[in-house]
Every structure is written in structure tokens, then in C-alpha cells.
Write a protein that binds this ligand. Structure first.
Ligand code: PMP
Length: 409
């Protein structure tokens, strides 16, 4: 028995994917030309699966800030936030984000993933109880694994189910309840009723933590996210987010209305024991926060493009997972069909995400589209044409898939 034998079932699954086409978990872009255009091999591709919600990766001010940061401070910090890795730009960014969210405390981390690992494991001690949405992202789940706090999952997007479980839990002796949800969920693009979650959580004396990774920059009058959109931002206990989507960089943040959150800088292991974000990442994000604050026109365009695409796909009778939002996921009957169609879309100049279990809710197989404010009306027409052609060619696509699988046997 080798160390790798346990991965035999996974290898079989990957082999099947490779027979159908290319490795969906290993796509290589040979060139990225703009927020919406790239090249795979010698093929021009419309990018519609990059989480680049505001299209700022090629914004001139963000690019200039990143380049200047390299000139001013070099390419890396070579140390952790608690040693030599805190530069004035890291604390400037923390101040900017705290001011934007109207919260007294904000901590910046090296990635969004590490943000949730650090903040959730730091906040919840042995005697606390974490209540987590059933569709929580991997880094929320992993955060709960870094602490001895017990974890209870409640039905996705159901404040009623949370209420029931909090009631059943009763008084937590020597500890508190930490409720963790997301603003917009990454796979289906569905949105949490934060106002209702706040009501339930606070009624039971708990704290509400919201991961707005996919919603910061995208929702709310000034882009603070779903909590701002629903008018309850000032009541939320913790907001986390990432720089890798609307902020067009790499890194993450957690802000709190509790100034005591600052003390966690001295205990959060994924903050203390890893190198800090590079100067160029931090300065690009700093420039991007300014764009978010004044980005109503970007959000308006994103909303209009999402409505255009959602309407068009609905008219084609595609099975969509949620109402119109910048993430539009199409449910496919199984992994094989989804993989065949995903490959066909790339061959026809369109990149979306292939999302399959275990990373998806309800074990669904999805073609997941994420839109950008940089997409034009014409880009959405191109996407709709591709999905229309996909429908027209479904028989041939499935036949070709079967042929490829048989030929490889
Ligand atoms: N939270 C959610 C909901 C996410 O979807 C992701 C990544 N897609 C993260 C956190 C982690 O962010 P990052 O990729 O910036 O580490």
C-alpha cells in the first residue's frame, strides 16, 4: 500500500476529465490582455470566470500604484506582520478599510483564505460555539478546524434554522456564540438575509461574522457589501473580505466594530507566522479601495450586465441557481456533461468555471459565470451567443464526449 493509494478514486475521476478534454483544475492562460480578454494557446478567450468584479486588474491607477510600490519598497517584505513585515502602507490600508466600513478596527492579512483561518480560529476559543452556514467556504471550515471550539452547521441561508439551533444550544457556559455567514455565496451567487441573521444572532447574545469576499466592492451605495446594501453595516460584529476579487490584488482583511479585536494580532497564527502581503499587492489594493468608494458607475454597469445575462439565459431555459447577481451558475445534469460543455466553451472562445463536487452546494455540477464591470453589452451578447450555440450543439457535444471516452479505453 503506497501513500498515494488513497487517491486512486480521485485519479480515476481526473483521468476521465482528461479524456473528455483539458484539466479544469489546471487551466493555463498563456496571456491575459485585459480584465475581460485572454489567450489560451493561440485562441482568444472572453474571460467570464475570474471574479474580477470591478475589472480593476488593468486599471491605470492600480497598476501605477503597484509599480511604484516595487520601486519604493522592493518586491517582497521577507517577514511577518509581527516582525519586519509591517510597512506604513499595510497600516494605511487598514485605516482606509476601517474608515470605509465605519469600524474602529481592521487587520490586513496575506490572503483572503488566511483571513478567515486567522480571525475565526482567533475569535473562537475552547468554550465558544461556532454556528456556520451549511454552504460555508472551505476557509471558514478550515478556520473552525484550527480551534477547539465546537461547530454546529445550520441550513443554508436559513435564519429560522439558526434560531432553532441557538435555542437548542441554550446558555453557553463560559463562552459565546460566533455565527459565520457569507454576503454573496461564491458558487450560486445567492445572497444572505443579513438583517434577519443579525436579529437572530443578537437576540441570542451572539456575534455575527460575515465573509463579504464576493460582495465587498460589488454591493451597497459605497461598495461596502451586502450588509451596507441592507442598511445594517453598523450592527455587524465582524466583516471579512479579500483583495483577490473586487480589489484586483492578493490579500485579505477583517474589520470589527469591537476595538478589542486589535488584541488578536498577538494570537492569530495565520497572521503571525507567515510573511506579510507584498508592497505591490498592498498598494494596488489601496488604490482599488478608492475606486470602490467612487465606483457607483462600475456597480451600475455590473448590475445591468448581470440582469442582461440572467434574462438571456433564462429565456434559453437554462437552469439557473439564483436571481441575477454577478455570479450566475448554470446547473448541469452531471460532471461529465458539465466537463464536456466547459471544454466546448473554451474551444469556442469563452472561459467560465467548471465547478463540481465537493466544492459545490447540493453536490451540483455547474458552469459558473462571474461577471465584471469591464464587460460590455456586446460581451454579454457574445456570451449569450456561445450558450445559445451550446444548446444547439448539445447532441454533438455529448456524442463527441462519448467518442473520446471510448477511444481512450
Ligand atoms: N472567502 C470566500 C467566500 C471565497 O470564495 C474565497 C476564495 N475564492 C476566499 C474567502 C479566499 O480568498 P483568497 O482567494 O483571496 O485567498
Amino acid at each position: 500500500m503506497s501513500l498515494f493509494d488513497k487517491y486512486a478514486p480521485l485519479q480515476t475521476r481526473l483521468d476521465m476529465m482528461m479524456k473528455i478534454g483539458q484539466d479544469a483544475l489546471g487551466v493555463k492562460f498563456d496571456n491575459i490582455l485585459s480584465a475581460t480578454r485572454g489567450r489560451i494557446g493561440n485562441r482568444d478567450i472572453l474571460l467570464a470566470g475570474t471574479n474580477n468584479y470591478l475589472g480593476l486588474t488593468f486599471d491605470e491607477d492600480c497598476m501605477t500604484a503597484a509599480k511604484k510600490a516595487v520601486d519604493d519598497h522592493g518586491t517582497g517584505t521577507t517577514g511577518s506582520r509581527v516582525a519586519n513585515g509591517t510597512y506604513s502602507e499595510h497600516t494605511d490600508l487598514e485605516r482606509e478599510l476601517a474608515d470605509h466600513l465605519g469600524m474602529p478596527s481592521c487587520v490586513v492579512f496575506t490572503t483572503g483564505y488566511q483571513t478567515n483561518l486567522a480571525a475565526i480560529s482567533g475569535l473562537a476559543g475552547d468554550k465558544d460555539v461556532i454556528f456556520m452556514d451549511a454552504d460555508a467556504h472551505a476557509c471558514i471550515i478550515d478556520g473552525t478546524r484550527l480551534t477547539n471550539a465546537s461547530t454546529i452547521r445550520f441550513r443554508h441561508n436559513s435564519p429560522e434554522d439558526l434560531d432553532k439551533r441557538l435555542k437548542r444550544q441554550g446558555e453557553i457556559e463560559g463562552g459565546n456564540a460566533l455565527v459565520v455567514i457569507e454576503g454573496m455565496y461564491s458558487m450560486f451567487g445567492d445572497i444572505a438575509p443579513i438583517d434577519e441573521f443579525l436579529d437572530v444572532t443578537h437576540r441570542h447574545g451572539g456575534y455575527l461574522y460575515i465573509d463579504e469576499a464576493h460582495s465587498y466592492g460589488v454591493f451597497g451605495p459605497t461598495g461596502c457589501g451586502i450588509a451596507e446594501e441592507q442598511g445594517v453595516l453598523d450592527k455587524v460584529d465582524f466583516i471579512s473580505g479579500t483583495f483577490s476579487k473586487s480589489l484586483a490584488s492578493v490579500g485579505g482583511f477583517c474589520a470589527s466594530r469591537h476595538p478589542e479585536f486589535e488584541v488578536l494580532r498577538k494570537v492569530m497564527r495565520p497572521y503571525m507566522f507567515t510573511a506579510s502581503a507584498t508592497p505591490s499587492n498592498i498598494c494596488a489594493a489601496l488604490a482599488a479601495v478608492e475606486k470602490v468608494k467612487s465606483g457607483k458607475h462600475l456597480r451600475d454597469n455590473l448590475k445591468a450586465r448581470a440582469a442582461q445575462l440572467h434574462k438571456g439565459l433564462s429565456e434559453m431555459q437554462y437552469d439557473l441557481c439564483a436571481e441575477a447577481s454577478p455570479v450566475i451558475a448554470i446547473r448541469r445534469p452531471n460532471e461529465g456533461v458539465a466537463a464536456a460543455e466547459w471544454n466546448w466553451l473554451i474551444e469556442n472562445g469563452v472561459y467560465v468555471n467548471l465547478a463540481v463536487p465537493p466544492g459545490t452546494p447540493q453536490s451540483s455540477s455547474l458552469l459558473r459565470i462571474s461577471l465584471s464591470a469591464a464587460h460590455t453589452e456586446a460581451d454579454i451578447k457574445q456570451l449569450l451567443k456561445a450558450f445559445g450555440d451550446l444548446k444547439d450543439n448539445q447532441g454533438a457535444i455529448l456524442q463527441s464526449m462519448m467518442g473520446r471516452l471510448q477511444a481512450a479505453e
